[in-house]
Each structure stands twice: as structure tokens, then as C-alpha cells.
Design a binder for this molecule. Structure first.
Ligand SMILES: [Zn+2]
Length: 163
């Protein structure tokens, strides 16, 4: 892909539904276009530039090799349709992941810190909700020093398993 998802949506919406293929996901499911409207768009075909909102070139390769966006695409897809602006991971669960996973995560976070060296002095607080209502954070979620093994193990079971 050589446009980011916001740009893909701009291109999708800029063309009336009747001009999309009748089997295009935009027409059938309200999803981002997968017909020629987007697939044959000049920005989409330009494999050396990566376009963002308004057609702005976000990155460009000057040696003719395609600008890689596999990582961008994978991360975007991981967030899925959630519209989440943050990724929040409980520390107690992270420390319950395999040691190699923790090592890789720590390396990524060091890389993150090195990339964003001048962050504004703002913070964030996590609020716990259940069925959309604010609730007190359960102790098993906060107490990373004394992991509640039973609570952690129960989250590794597939829903419905063993019932
Ligand atoms: Zn389409």
C-alpha cells in the first residue's frame, strides 16, 4: 500500500458509491474501497511514495525501491476498527509473557524512547471500565509485584472452554 489508511478513506469517499464496483467493500460493507477506485489510483500505484491525508507525501524512496509500509499496515490492522488512540498494556500481564517476548518489548520501548526525545510534559491516566461503566481497578490488575496466578491463568483459557 502506498497511501495510509486516512488517505485511503479520503480517496474512497471522494468517489460516489455508484462509481465504485458494486462488489467493492465500500458498497457492500461500508469498508475501505477494494475496487479500482482506490487500487488503480495514481497515489496507490506510485510505489516510491507513501501518501497521507490531503495527498501529502509522508515518505519517499529516492533510489527507486518501493517505500516499505508493511509495518505501518500491520500496526494499523492490529488496532483494527477500535478507533483507539492509545495502546494500554497491564504490566502484570506483560511480565507473565514469555521471557523472550519481554526482552523484545523492552528493546522496542528503548527504541521508542530514543525516537521521541522531546516529548511534551503531559501525562495520561488509565481508567478501568466494565460494560462501559467506570469501576475500581481490580487488585490483580494493579499488583504486578504479587501476580495473581489464578487470575492470569484464567485469562489464558479460551472463553467457553471448560464450561
Ligand atoms: Zn471501491
Amino acid at each position: 500500500m502506498s497511501v495510509d489508511f486516512p488517505r485511503g478513506w479520503e480517496i474512497t469517499r471522494a468517489t460516489e458509491a455508484e462509481y465504485h464496483h458494486n462488489k467493492c467493500s465500500f458498497n457492500t460493507a461500508g469498508m475501505i474501497c477494494d475496487c479500482n477506485v482506490l487500487m488503480r489510483h495514481p497515489e496507490m500505484l506510485d510505489k516510491c511514495r507513501f501518501y497521507g491525508a490531503g495527498g501529502e507525501v509522508l515518505s519517499e524512496s529516492y533510489d527507486g525501491t518501493p517505500a516499505s509500509t508493511e509495518g505501518y499496515d500491520a500496526l494499523w490492522l492490529w488496532f483494527g476498527l477500535s478507533r483507539s488512540a492509545f495502546c494500554v498494556l497491564p504490566r502484570v500481564m506483560m511480565h507473565d509473557m514469555p521471557d523472550h517476548w519481554q526482552e523484545r518489548f523492552a528493546a522496542l520501548m528503548r527504541e521508542w524512547d530514543e525516537a521521541w526525545v522531546s516529548q511534551p510534559d503531559i501525562g495520561a491516566r488509565v481508567q478501568i471500565t466494565q460494560h462501559g461503566q467506570l469501576v475500581k481497578a481490580p487488585s490483580w490488575l494493579l499488583d504486578y509485584r504479587h501476580p495473581d496466578r489464578l487470575a492470569l491463568a484464567s485469562m489464558r483459557l479460551r472463553k467457553g472452554a471448560g464450561e
